[in-house]
Design a binder for this molecule. Structure first.
Ligand code: GLC
Length: 439
């Protein structure tokens, strides 16, 4: 079983690899390079094709803007199977955008720092990998400089996102509270996602109007971060996004230790890290809910719902013992019933939960991968192993889908795998889970 799954996963990654040196997330649905997908994909590739793993990251970092920003999608090729494409996003409006690659003007969770560290852990030839890291690491560091300089208007060490697509959790019910504060125009456009995937598993047309309007506002200000902070109706401190930045800060620090020197960079990283972790715990932890929540900076209020993002700080070592206990209780009680696979993307006890719709309930493999490592590192091996075996069982029963129904008894359809099929990061992270020691 393990061998067949491994072969299947490699096949998915091989088929999705493109000549331009990157891997698409899923054929048809996502035909370009996505920022955080590339990171997860590189972890999987590192296990069996280290050169391609390096190429994946090199290609991503090559598209970095002059101000350190790394876009969420890089449009390497012309494809009309995706909307909104490069002509809608118009990254060229920003004076420091890349002159060669067209892209979006928004970003995605900053995982590249810890991905470099994972690649180093996996690589057999450490010296060779260290040479690669030396070549690339400053670009990732510059990306962190970008975040702390441009996305932290209150100087809290907590950076904002200005679009739901920046969170990676595109249509989470968290954003409904923000949509309630907006009234965007009704756009006329031809969606492409619903030609690939059933509409019941994708965001609604009205939700898309909000997504497009936020981009239009950012474009109106030529993607200037200061103006966006002033005018965007969507301005959020997201626990997943910030937890990734914090984890990547730690990874950069450890890698710079191995490299030696780089004292000024290390000093700055330590300074950010201290402030970020302290404010993360003060501002984003919700004592009553027992986990971390989003903060709406525009309307100055917490958005008090539990989602799988609430638990990702476990992966970054952020909670202390007391918070940790609250989180484990919330995870088991709300998400972990015997009739469910861990971990639903949104609180299954809440009325906004929808087990089939994208980030409104289904299980995602990348979040499970983080939870598994987080719980293991905090000394919860049983719960960690449950997350791992649930993950592998979902893939085994359904295939390498994009997301999965968390209900063990799913009477709606005969498959619990939804969204894009042959989805790259599901395959890549299964390779990592199957290959780790003691499997
Ligand atoms: C969806 C996901 C996002 C991912 C992208 C490409 O938009 O919500 O997190 O990066 O697909 O796979």
């Amino acid at each position: 079983m393990k061998e067949a799954m491994l072969q299947g996963a490699k096949q998915v990654l091989d088929n999705n690899f493109q000549q331009d040196g990157f891997t698409i997330p899923s054929k048809g649905l996502y035909p370009f390079q996505w920022k955080w997908d590339s990171g997860w994909i590189a972890i999987g590739l590192a296990h069996y094709d280290i050169e391609r793993a390096k190429t994946e990251i090199r290609t991503l970092l090559d598209a970095q803007w002059e101000n350190g920003f790394i876009p969420h999608i890089i449009f390497h090729n012309e494809s009309d199977t995706y909307f909104p494409g490069p002509d809608f996003h118009k990254s060229e409006l920003h004076p420091l955008s890349h002159k060669k690659y067209r892209s979006t003007g928004m970003t995605q969770p900053p995982i590249t720092g810890f991905v470099l560290q994972e690649m180093y852990r996996i690589a057999k030839d450490k010296e060779d990998m260290m040479n690669f890291i030396k070549e690339q690491i400053d670009k990732v560091y510059q990306n962190h400089v970008y975040f702390y300089t441009n996305r932290d208007p209150l100087d809290e060490g907590l950076v904002y996102i200005y679009h739901n697509w920046e969170s990676g959790t595109d249509n989470s019910p968290i954003w409904d509270d923000i949509w309630d504060t907006m009234n965007p125009p009704k756009y006329t456009f031809e969606r492409r996602d619903t030609t690939h995937v059933d509409l019941s598993q994708r965001p609604s047309k009205r939700e898309y109007d909000h997504y497009l309007y936020l981009i239009d506002i950012a474009k109106h200000h030529s993607y200037d971060d200061g103006k966006i902070a002033e005018f965007s109706p969507f301005l959020v401190q997201d626990p997943l996004f910030n937890a990734m930045l914090i984890k990547s800060n730690s990874a950069l620090l450890e890698l710079y230790d191995l490299i030696g020197g780089n004292d000024a960079k290390k000093a700055l990283l330590k300074q950010w890290q201290k402030k970020s972790i302290a404010n993360f715990n003060d501002k984003l932890y919700d004592l009553e809910l027992g986990a971390y929540v989003h903060y709406d900076l525009r309307n100055d209020r917490p958005i008090r719902y539990l989602s799988s993002s609430s638990f990702t700080p476990l992966y970054s070592g952020i909670p202390d013992k007391k918070k940790l206990e609250g989180m484990v209780t919330a995870l088991i009680e709300r998400f972990g019933g015997d009739d469910k696979y861990l971990c639903a993307s949104f609180d299954p006890t809440h009325e906004r939960f929808n087990p089939r719709k994208y980030w409104r309930g289904p299980v995602w493999i990348n979040v499970n991968w983080m939870l598994y490592h987080g719980l293991k590192n905090y000394g919860y091996p049983e719960l960690a192993n449950r997350v791992k075996s649930d993950t592998l069982e979902l893939i085994q029963k359904n295939g390498f889908f994009e997301y999965f129904d968390c209900r063990k008894e799913n009477l709606d359809t005969d498959s619990s795998g939804y969204g894009g099929d042959n989805f790259s990061w599901s395959a890549a992270l299964v390779i990592d889970l199957l290959t780790e020691e003691n499997t």
